[in-house]
Write a protein that binds this ligand. Structure first.
Ligand SMILES: [Zn+2]
Length: 374
C-alpha cells in the first residue's frame, strides 16, 4: 500500500465512482481502523501510566490534567473510532484532504474525417502517431485501416492504451510495455487507486500506460516456405493467397538505380512507423511504372488491405505498388525499369485514389524518399 499522504487523492475518485466503493473499504478501511484503534489503545494506557509515574498529562491527549478524566476521553475516542461506519469515516478523511480542483481528465475520442491522415490526427493532438496505433487495436498497426467515421481513442499523453484481459497483472503489463508500474497505478487517467503491481485489473478495463511502447507489427506478407520434397528453403510470396506467384519464382536482379513510379502525383502520406511506404495521390487511371528492373512475384488481389497489388523482386529489394485500379503485368514476368505496370486506383483499404508505394530490403520496409527523389 502506498503512503497515506498520496493515498487520499486517488481514493476520492474511487469513492465517487461508487461501484468500486466496497473494494476501497476492504483495502483501506480495515488497516485504517486498526491504526486508529491502536492509537486509541495507546491513549487509554498512557493516562494511567503517566499518572502512576507522576507526570502531568500531555495537552495533546485531552487537555485535562485529571488522569481519570483523561482515560475516559481516551476510551470515548476508542469506542467512537471502533464504531464508526466506514462511509462516515471516509468522509471525515476526505474533509481533511486536498481535493484536486481540476476537472478529471480522460482519454478522448476522435471521429476520423474524410481526408484525414494518421499523421495529421497525431499532430492535431500533439501525440506520437505510434500512440494512436498502440491505443487502437482496430488499426492493426496499419495506417490503411484508417476509415472515415472510425472512432479513435486519443490518449492525453504518449503511451499505450490497452484493454485488460482479466489475466495479466499490472506488473506484467508494465514489463511488456517497458513502463513503470507505479506510473500506471498513479496515472490520473486510470481508476487503479488501491491496486498493487500484482493485482489483475478486471477484463475490459481500459488502462493507460504512460510512456509505454511496444513493437509495431509490420504487415509482412512474405513467407519463407520449405519445399517438403527437397527440404530446400524457397521464398514464397503469400503462399495460398490469390495473386501470389508460385513459390520459387526466380527473383530478378535490379539495376540498382531507381526511377519514380509516377510522373505526376502529390505526396499524401510519408513513411513512418505504421506506414510502411509512401502515398502518392493522383487521379484514378494515372500510369504506374516499375521503379527498377525486376520479376513479378505478386500480381492480383491482396486480402491484407493492399487491394490490387503488384510486387516486383529486384534481388534483395522488393517494391510494392498497391491500391491499383488495374494491373498490366503477370506472375513471373520480367519487367524493365520504367515499364508501365498498372494504373492508380483506390482498391483495398484506401481513402481516395493514390499509389501506396513500398520499398523493402530483405522484407524490411525502407523509406522510399531516402532512395528516390520524390
Ligand atoms: Zn500508404
Amino acid at each position: 500500500m502506498k503512503p497515506t499522504g498520496d493515498m487520499f487523492l486517488p481514493r476520492r475518485k474511487t469513492f465517487l465512482a461508487g461501484t468500486a466503493l466496497e473494494r476501497v473499504f476492504n483495502r483501506y478501511l480495515t488497516p485504517i481502523s486498526i491504526g486508529v484503534t491502536f492509537i486509541g489503545v495507546v491513549l487509554v494506557f498512557m493516562g494511567p501510566v503517566r499518572a502512576a509515574l507522576g507526570l502531568s498529562a500531555s495537552p495533546a491527549v485531552g487537555g485535562s490534567t485529571n488522569p481519570a478524566g483523561q482515560s475516559q476521553a481516551g476510551l470515548a475516542s476508542l469506542s467512537n473510532a471502533s464504531m464508526l461506519e466506514p462511509v462516515e469515516f471516509n468522509r471525515q478523511l476526505v474533509a481533511f484532504t486536498t481535493i484536486p480542483d481540476r476537472p478529471r481528465r480522460s482519454v478522448g475520442n476522435y471521429t476520423v474525417q474524410s481526408g484525414d491522415t494518421l499523421f495529421a490526427i497525431a499532430n492535431k493532438f500533439s501525440i506520437d502517431p505510434k500512440t494512436i496505433f498502440w491505443s487502437n487495436d482496430v488499426l492493426q498497426d496499419d495506417v490503411h485501416m484508417l476509415q472515415p467515421g472510425m472512432e479513435l481513442a486519443i490518449p492525453p499523453e504518449d503511451g499505450v492504451y490497452y484493454t485488460a484481459d482479466g489475466v495479466r497483472t499490472l506488473q506484467r503489463a508494465a514489463d511488456e510495455y517497458k513502463a513503470d508500474v507505479n506510473a500506471i497505478i498513479d496515472s490520473p487517467y486510470n481508476e487503479l487507486a488501491g491496486y498493487t503491481p500484482e493485482d489483475v485489473p478486471p477484463w475490459g478495463m481500459k488502462i493507460l500506460v504512460p510512456g509505454g511502447e511496444r513493437d509495431m507489427n509490420i504487415p509482412n506478407p512474405v513467407r519463407t516456405v520449405t519445399d517438403q520434397t527437397t527440404g530446400k528453403v524457397v521464398s514464397g510470396f503469400m503462399p495460398g493467397m490469390g495473386g501470389s506467384c508460385p513459390a520459387g519464382t526466380p527473383g530478378g536482379g535490379g539495376t540498382g538505380s531507381w526511377v519514380r513510379p509516377m510522373n505526376d502525383y502529390m505526396i499524401t502520406q510519408t513513411f513512418y512507423a505504421g506506414h510502411s511506404g509512401i502515398d502518392l495521390g493522383a487521379p484514378v487511371g494515372t500510369p504506374v511504372y516499375a521503379a527498377d528492373t525486376g520479376v513479378v512475384i505478386f500480381s492480383g488481389w491482396n486480402d491484407w488491405g493492399y487491394g490490387i497489388l503488384v510486387v516486383l523482386d529486384h534481388g534483395g529489394w522488393t517494391t510494392y505498388y498497391a491500391h491499383l485500379n488495374s494491373k498490366a503485368v503477370g506472375c513471373g514476368q520480367l519487367v524493365s525499369r520504367g515499364q508501365y505496370i498498372g494504373q492508380v486506383g483506390s482498391t483495398g483499404n484506401s481513402n481516395g485514389a493514390h499509389l501506396h508505394f513500398e520499398m523493402r530490403w530483405n522484407h524490411t520496409p525502407t523509406n522510399p524518399a531516402g532512395l528516390i527523389g520524390f
